[in-house]
Design a binder for this molecule. Structure first.
Ligand SMILES: Nc1ncnc2c1ncn2[C@@H]1O[C@H](COP(=O)(O)OP(=O)(O)OP(=O)(O)O)[C@@H](O)[C@H]1O
Ligand SMILES: [Mg+2]
Length: 375
């Protein structure tokens, strides 16, 4: 039995190491024990990396998971949205008090009670907002989320920012519906989630305790905490996660499930980059999902929204990770940057978006007085 014990605040690097260790020991046929009982909080994106690897670890060998025994610990895990994956794939579930596979399976598959400032939609394709693909339905979801913000903590995102958030969620959510369980897969069940979370500034300052490594999101958060001259101090952060444990970006774009098995990641990286480039799409080749006008611009819309809100995004799929930091962008806009480091394989696609909320609204570009105009 190979034991992996995770405690306290889980950083991205720790999550990546845990995934790598679990996958390689299960590939050797060793049973894996993941002890999550001491976990209390997660760096953005960290929980999903663990959740999305579970399907493959459990496919290769028996997986036992130890969950927190106390309510607070279990709630943190449920709120991270990774319960359904453990419920579906782990062969034994226990708490520190002993085995409880049957009860935990039921509890982990349920939708947890969350703080009113958070919202969790599991299984996107079943939620009315995504079934109907209506912007208005996503808009009411976002309004419901934002209506619970503590206004004393800073200003609320206003109309144009809400519109950006809605576009981002519509595009990322449609991608889960359009691609995650399609060819080269043949309709296997996929776990998916949309998680909208509000993090206080104070919480961010506490996080570095769990932050290790030099990943881009750590750098981004560090720069934010100092505030920006135009918009003042940071009051909080919106975190948006859209996650599925399906086919993954490179495999879908190339319509080839084996692309992630090639010892070299060169072809996988190429397919990933091709998917994210403006106009890059599998839709016209796969012909198995709705095509609206000219396809292939979903990622462009996602970038556009993030850019307009000084945000940060990372996408992790297969063995590849890309990130986009709007604070580092020059005038032209460079888009997603591929992380040169090869990672352990994780299933599906993990999109993590961070949108800062500042004291003051971002100034609207000034329109020159009429006499100065050329028309
Ligand atoms: N969740 C996902 N799972 C698997 N593949 C994905 C996922 N999201 C995106 N992709 C891949 O990335 C490509 C680009 O996505 P993008 O949203 O930019 O365009 P599209 O979905 O093909 O078209 P549209 O303009 O209608 O959104 C997709 O064609 C697909 O190959
Ligand atoms: Mg799309």
């Amino acid at each position: 039995m190979f034991d992996i014990v995770l405690r306290g605040a889980l950083s991205l690097e720790q999550a990546e190491h845990a995934v790598g260790a679990a996958l390689s020991s299960s590939a050797r046929g060793e049973r894996v024990h993941l002890d999550l009982s001491g976990l209390r909080s997660f760096q953005p994106g960290a929980a999903s990396r663990i959740g999305n690897a579970i399907r493959e670890v459990a496919r290769r060998s028996a997986l036992t998971a130890t969950m927190p025994h106390d309510r607070r610990g279990l709630s943190a895990l449920l709120a991270a949205g990774i319960g359904p994956q453990f419920a579906a794939h782990a062969s034994t579930l226990r708490t520190t008090a002993g085995p409880r596979t049957k009860e935990l399976r039921k509890e982990l598959a349920s939708v947890p009670a969350l703080p009113t400032t958070d919202l969790l939609v599991t299984t996107l394709p079943r939620h009315p907002a995504f079934v109907s693909r209506k912007r208005a339905a996503v808009r009411s979801l976002v309004d419901e989320w934002l209506s619970n913000f503590p206004t004393a903590r800073g200003r609320l995102p206003e109309t144009r920012e809400r519109n950006s958030i809605v576009e981002l969620i519509v595009e990322a959510g449609s991608n889960v519906l359009d691609h995650s369980s399609k060819r080269p897969w043949s309709g296997e069940p996929v776990h998916s989630l949309l998680r909208l979370q509000w993090r206080y500034r104070e919480e961010l300052q506490l996080l570095p305790e769990g932050f290790t490594g030099e990943d881009e999101s750590t750098r981004y958060l560090g720069a934010l905490v100092d505030g920006l001259p135009e918009v003042g101090a940071l009051t909080g952060l919106l975190e948006i996660s859209v996650v599925d444990d399906g086919v993954g970006i490179a495999a879908r774009q190339a319509l080839d499930a084996d692309i992630v098995k090639d010892p070299s990641t060169a072809t996988e990286r190429r397919a990933f980059a091709d998917a994210l480039v403006a106009g890059g799409t599998v839709k016209l080749r796969a012909l198995d999902c709705p095509v609206e006008m000219e396809p292939g611009f979903g990622s462009e819309w996602i970038l556009h929204s993030i850019r307009s809100m000084y945000g940060y995004a990372s996408i992790r799929s297969g063995r590849v990770s890309v990130s986009f930091n709007a604070l580092l962008e020059g005038d032209g806009g460079t888009g997603f940057a591929l992380d040169p480091v090869d990672r352990s394989w994780v299933g599906g696609t993990i999109l993590t978006v961070l949108l800062p909320v500042f004291e003051r609204p971002r100034p609207v570009a000034e329109v020159a007085p009429a006499s100065d105009r050329l028309f």
